[in-house]
Design a protein around this ligand. Structure first.
Ligand code: ZN
Length: 421
């Protein structure tokens, strides 16, 4: 029973009937009740997990990749233009089905479209119609034409009949065959789709989306508060300070130097009347900067993954500030952009992992004065300027580290909220 899709249990009894139409009499009720009991025991959740790996296509595979990306872009732009024209003429746009029906004719006309993965082309069309749906729901701006010059080039292909699979340290992909990849972990569950990307650094990556069952983690009876740091990334209420700041600072200096070099080369090309696209030294340097930036971001993502998993494994309740109120962490532009991205990505990682593994995230209002209250006695000491890193409570004389004290207050406030909910 345990391996029945857990999704089944989430449906109402009416839905159960559609799964098991023959179960209309009392026996069905017994069955259904048993399901409820099992749900309490198992509670496995069917979730989509994303995996990202670097891939190392051979020259021929690189050419095929470029072709597929080109064709996907062509189809997207082709139908976007048609869609816009139709809208101008008739006041109504097209539909996915209408475009899809035209695809075979288009392929007859332009035979090179047949040389690439047909599912990729179909997905590109689906992307377009999804973009229009979001636009009509006012969630997005109108879809725009895809440009060859966009720094990240990609295409997506879907799983059908085992066309995407992992074989050792190689991935089997439609029209490409086996591509070597940097296997850092096992892909669990059923592969849904794969997106192949070419980054500005010239490296190729694959993102795989797989559907898998996750089991809730064991309860630890522990709760923790997290303060978003000024100098450290996170300060925990148990006194721990976590950051990979030293790494980022080092890389930051390096990046700054290389970026300066890049702008010097741009200026040099300009002075000599050379178009930047043709300026070889400039393009070379541009790739170098992109590679460095990518390295910083990857390292950061890795750090955030590990930290969030660690917290989820070790605590049942995690209390955190609601917003990146201290987003203006460090003054440098780059540090700021990394910190900003990091915070939102950290909170979203914590949130979905909590959902997967049956843990609780409590978000505290950004107006909660976490750094003004003495966590030992509750005395409200008033606002403190940012330079004050430590202080002593005038009432109970406890000496506080500003950030650790704040995270203790965040924990207390979070637990209060859980108790009163
Ligand atoms: Zn006090």
């Amino acid at each position: 029973m345990a391996h029945l899709p857990s999704r089944l249990f989430d449906y109402s009894s009416a839905c159960m009937l559609s799964f098991f139409p023959e179960m209309t009499d009392p026996p069905y009720k017994i069955w259904y009740n048993r399901c409820i009991v099992i749900q309490r025991e198992v509670k496995a959740l069917l979730v989509n997990k994303a995996y990202k790996f670097r891939i190392y296509p051979m020259k021929e595979q690189e050419r095929q990749n470029a072709k597929t990306i080109g064709c996907s872009r062509f189809v997207f732009n082709h139908f976007l233009a048609k869609w816009n024209d139709t809208y101008q003429e008739t006041g109504k746009g097209l539909t996915y089905n209408a475009c899809s029906a035209q695809l075979p004719h288009l392929k007859e006309e332009l035979s090179w479209l047949k040389e690439v993965d047909s599912i990729a082309i179909q997905s590109s069309l689906k992307n377009l119609s999804d973009a229009f749906s979001r636009f009509f729901k006012q969630q997005n701006k109108a879809p725009r034409f895809k440009s060859k010059k966009h720094p990240v080039q990609s295409y997506t292909t879907k799983q059908t009949n085992g066309n995407i699979s992992m074989e050792g340290n190689q991935i089997k992909l439609p029209k490409l065959g086996l591509v070597r990849f940097a296997k850092s972990r096992e892909v669990e569950g059923r592969i849904l789709n794969a997106t192949i990307r070419r980054n500005p650094s010239g490296k190729y990556f694959i993102s795989i989306l797989a559907e898998t069952d996750v089991q809730p983690l064991e309860k630890t009876e522990s709760a923790i508060g997290i303060d978003l740091g000024m100098t450290d990334f996170a300060i925990l209420s148990d006194g721990q300070k976590v950051d990979n700041h030293r790494f980022t600072t080092k890389m930051e200096k390096k990046l700054k130097r290389e970026q300066k070099k890049l702008s010097r080369r741009a200026q040099h090309a300009k002075n000599n009347g050379i178009d930047l696209l043709d300026a070889k030294n400039y393009q070379k340097q541009k790739r170098k900067v992109a590679r460095l930036y990518e390295k910083v971001m990857n390292q950061r993502a890795d750090f955030l993954s590990k930290l969030s998993t660690d917290l989820i494994q070790n605590h049942d309740v995690i209390c955190i500030e609601d917003l990146n109120t201290k987003g203006m962490l460090r003054n440098h532009k780059l540090a700021k952009s990394i910190a900003d991205v990091s915070w939102s990505s950290f909170v979203s990682k914590l949130t979905y992992k909590a959902e997967w593994y049956g843990k609780t995230i409590v978000k505290i209002s950004k107006w909660f004065p976490s750094s003004q209250i003495c966590s030992a006695c509750g005395y409200h000491d008033g606002k403190k300027s940012l330079e004050i890193r430590e202080w002593t409570c005038p009432v109970c004389h406890t000496h506080h580290d500003r950030d650790v004290n704040a995270s203790k207050n965040i924990l207390a406030e979070g637990l209060r909220m859980v108790a009163s909910a």
